[in-house]
Design a protein around this ligand. Structure first.
Ligand SMILES: [Zn+2]
Length: 219
């Protein structure tokens, strides 16, 4: 009897085709949960010596419904090996993280609905529950234009002091006026942190609203 291949898991456990499919599935889920938007973002994961990344225009032209053939397969030096469509302009940031922090197995760069409020306010994200305590305060990276080479350096610089934590869980930095970048031990680890941190932002926004309502009541 033929064993069925695992559909989700650490990329090292998956075949190349399953790893591509996982990237498509996780990105579609993130879009449905408003962690990704049509304006952009990009998810990637390491597969052996290679990096798999979502293509450019995944949001605006494909609404995050990707086919495995569209996933771009690259060497860690940026050489494209296969994949339909164009390489994302943010690939430099992903490759910089994989090369600088060898424990990185998955990267999520996204513009989640609640995180965007903190990105807009240029405000670090504190933990809000036992579920986010381990991430500590998510720091702000230097504010530089999207798609620039400077963005890769800015993310790298903001994540560098946290790199030891990658042995246990994902690390993240807020990109001011833009979004967030999460590096995890694998794609699911990075996705998990992305969702928890967006949840934290939601809690903080809701709390601020309730606190204000309570203050007004006292007046
Ligand atoms: Zn972006």
């Amino acid at each position: 009897m033929q064993m069925s291949l695992p559909r989700f898991g650490s990329s090292s456990m998956l075949s190349l085709e399953s790893a591509k499919q996982q990237l498509c599935d996780v990105a579609a889920l993130a879009y449905d949960r408003r962690l990704l938007d049509s304006a952009g973002g990009n998810f990637s994961q390491r597969h052996g010596e290679r990096i798999l990344c979502t293509p450019r225009y995944s949001g605006s032209k494909r609404l995050w419904r990707l086919r495995p053939e569209e996933i771009i397969v690259l060497e860690t030096d940026g050489t494209v090996l296969e994949g339909e469509g164009e390489t994302s302009r943010e690939i430099r940031m992903h490759l910089a993280l994989y090369n600088a922090f060898p424990k990185t197995g998955g990267v999520c760069h996204a513009h989640p609905l609640n995180v965007l409020v903190f990105a807009n306010m240029r405000k670090p994200i504190p933990p809000t529950s036992e579920q986010t305590e381990k991430y500590g305060i998510i720091p702000l990276a230097e504010e530089v234009p999207a798609h620039s080479e400077a963005l890769a350096f800015a993310a790298l610089k903001a994540l560098e002091p946290q790199q030891e934590k990658l042995a246990k869980h994902a690390i993240a930095c807020l990109l001011p006026y833009h979004g967030i970048t999460v590096a995890g031990r694998d794609l699911l680890d990075a996705y998990d942190a992305l969702e928890r941190l967006d949840g934290s932002c939601h809690i903080l926004i809701a709390r601020a609203t309730l606190d204000l309502a309570q203050e007004r009541k006292k007046e």
